[in-house]
Design a protein around this ligand. Structure first.
Ligand code: PGA
Length: 252
């Protein structure tokens, strides 16, 4: 059985005191026995403070990016080692905003995944097509290329620390959510690819999150699908009240 995961992606939002009061409130409402795993991926500036606050609560803290070198003259970059040192257990890699605005390629995404694995960081590896690609009927080929190139040289053992997130770019921050049918067919396709590239057990174990305008009003419907194992949530993760509704989705 795959344990569901709801991950907050705060992107470039919140100051340290806002992050801390969110974690304080979340801890009060998140019993350690909660069936859904929870990860808060926050800006770098507050990771250390949040990890300290979350200690012992079962809530994990994650970064939103890393650089693949361990250390050196790379002004402005943060290594996996540093992210672990700050108390994080997770890192998001390959988010579409990084691919789009910072021109990250599949090759770079692959280096980052390997660097994260070397530090024993759990990875939330994002893939997904743009609206133009969807309309041109390229959804499956784009997702397949991102997945295969991103996981190039990754062993089946290393795969255990990876959670995939299918995030159609046209659904991110737009209020437009993929219908359960649209999301479901891509999730099923992704699981099939993992089966072909690795094995049946690897495909069965792999968690595949959906991301793109997940909110309290659609979370139950999306999470009810067999191949959807949780969500990566931007906008609706910023307010504690809506985030609590998400982690308590109905089938959980
Ligand atoms: P959204 O963002 O929930 O605001 O659409 C999701 C994401 O970018 O991970």
């Amino acid at each position: 059985m795959r344990r569901s995961l709801i991950a907050a992606n705060w992107k470039m939002h919140k100051k340290i005191d806002e992050g801390l009061s969110f974690i304080t409130g979340l801890k009060e409402k998140y019993p350690r026995t909660h069936p859904v795993e929870v990860v808060i991926c926050a800006p770098f500036t507050m990771l250390f403070a949040l990890a300290e606050k979350a200690l012992g609560s079962g809530i994990s803290i994650g970064a939103q990016n890393l650089y693949w070198e361990k250390k050196g003259a790379y002004t402005g970059e943060t290594s996996g080692q540093m992210i672990v040192d700050a108390g994080c257990e997770y890192v998001i890699i390959g988010h579409s905003e990084r691919r789009q605005y910072f021109h990250e390629t599949n090759v770079e995404v692959n280096k980052k995944i390997k660097a994260a694995h070397a530090e024993r960081l759990n990875v939330i590896f994002c893939i997904g097509e743009s609206l133009t690609e969807r309309e041109a009927g390229q959804t499956f080929t784009v997702v397949q290329k991102q997945l295969i190139e991103g996981l190039e040289g990754i062993s089946e053992d290393a795969l255990e620390s990876i959670t995939l997130a299918y995030e159609p770019i046209w659904a991110i921050g737009t209020g437009v959510t993929a219908t359960p049918e649209q999301a479901g067919e891509v999730h099923t396709f992704i699981r099939k690819l993992i089966r072909e590239q690795f094995s049946d057990p690897a495909a069965e174990k792999m968690r595949i999150l959906y991301g793109g305008s997940v909110k309290p009003g659609n979370v139950d419907q999306l999470m009810a699908l067999d191949d959807i194992d949780g969500g990566l949530v931007g906008g609706a993760s910023l307010e504690l009240s809506s985030f609590l509704q998400l982690i308590n989705f109905k089938s959980s």
